[in-house]
Ligand binder design. Structure first.
Ligand SMILES: NC(=O)c1ccc[n+]([C@@H]2O[C@H](COP(=O)([O-])OP(=O)(O)OC[C@H]3O[C@@H](n4cnc5c(N)ncnc54)[C@H](O)[C@@H]3O)[C@@H](O)[C@H]2O)c1
Length: 312
């Protein structure tokens, strides 16, 4: 199957491209920064093109040439500190360009990344997992744009009968994550590099999920002929930064991790209890234990530093 991944050299994108190529698909990566990741080792299996998703002509040129059966849009500005005009152009117009090009060219299934951020703080929901049917309370630029994207997808689906599916990843973790929520990542990678690290609150809550698991979710849902829903939570593990620190210390007893305060972070935390029943029931996804993923990330860093892997 021919698949276009937009934002395909990014943190999630390059792994998804590799996974889909390994599954035997003809994958085309389009990114404004195509040299950020090389697929040269795949021996020409992946075509990597430069294209700017905010320019409709760019996108139509690529899609018109490739005529993909499936499209995944992962291009986005993570975080909420971007100038409104700049962020709107990529996050809203870029997404709209994808949906419109997919409509014009008859793409059979289009996917995009939403985010757990649409839900806002966990305190809006109390002490219970949040489902896709709950109202959203996202407060900042990034969350508001994702909320609009979900509406855009619904509008296109209803008006044109298109198949567009959104995934709401939780706090994605992996050794090379540098944008978006990174405290739960740095808590693992910095001690693995031998660096000290400190955080304001030990009880700040997160919902991490490993980037390999996220790619598996995208790959499975992408192949579906007709997913039962328009939007899926990935979920992850509900855990505090203090608990992650304990896992890290289990592997790295000399890790220098400090917290300024024991409490005070929980109520300020974003959505961290997430119901992923929809995804699990329909697609049978199973995530590797988080503890194993922490060790995997530590060993990724150690390998890059020429150090031997730690045993479980
Ligand atoms: N990483 C997370 O924790 C997380 C969590 C929830 C949702 N998501 C969503 O998943 C998606 C991918 O996230 P990521 O972590 O891989 O982000 P990333 O920043 O690593 O990747 C985004 C990619 O988009 C490309 N891009 C930027 N502007 C572009 C343009 N104008 N045209 C074409 N390409 C452009 C970038 O060069 C980059 O390769 C995003 O939509 C993000 O909001 C990520």
């Amino acid at each position: 199957m021919s698949i276009l991944v937009i934002g395909g050299t990014g943190f999630i994108g390059h792994r998804l491209v590799r996974l889909l190529a390994a599954q035997g698909h003809a994958v085309i990566c389009m990114d404004i920064n195509p040299t950020a990741h090389s697929f040269a080792d795949l021996g020409g299996k992946v075509a990597s093109l430069r294209g700017d998703v905010t320019q409709f002509d760019d996108l139509m040129a690529v899609m018109g040439k490739v005529r993909p059966e499936r499209v995944v849009n992962l291009s986005y500005y993570l975080g909420s500190d971007h100038a409104p005009h700049v962020a709107m152009k990529l996050n809203i117009l870029g997404m709209d360009n994808c949906f419109e090009a997919a409509r014009l060219l008859g793409v059979t299934h289009t996917m995009y990344a939403s985010s757990l951020a649409v839900n806002g703080k966990q305190t809006h929901y109390g002490n219970r997992p949040v489902t896709e049917a709950d109202d959203v309370h996202g407060e900042y630029q990034y969350a508001k744009h994702k909320i609009v994207n979900e509406w855009q997808a619904q509008d296109y689906s209803e008006k044109f009968g298109m198949l567009i599916t959104g995934i709401r990843p939780a706090n994605v973790t992996g050794p090379d994550k540098v944008r978006g929520s990174v405290d739960h990542v740095n808590l693992i990678t910095e001690p693995a590099r031998g660096n000290a690290i400190s955080f304001p609150f030990k009880d700040a809550m997160r919902c991490p999920i490993h980037v390999d698991d996220i790619c598996e979710v995208f790959a499975r849902v992408l192949m579906a002929e007709k997913p039962a829903h328009r939007i899926y939570n990935t979920g992850g593990i509900t855990i505090s930064l203090g608990e992650i620190a304990d896992i890290v210390r289990g592997y790295l007893p000399d890790a220098k991790i400090t917290f300024a305060k024991e409490t005070g972070g929980r109520d300020a935390s974003g959505n961290y209890m997430i119901d992923n029943t929809r995804l699990v029931r329909e697609f049978g996804v199973q995530y590797r234990p988080y503890r194993e993923r922490v060790l995997q990330i530590i060993n990724d860093i150690r390998r890059d530093n020429g150090e031997p892997a730690l045993e479980a």
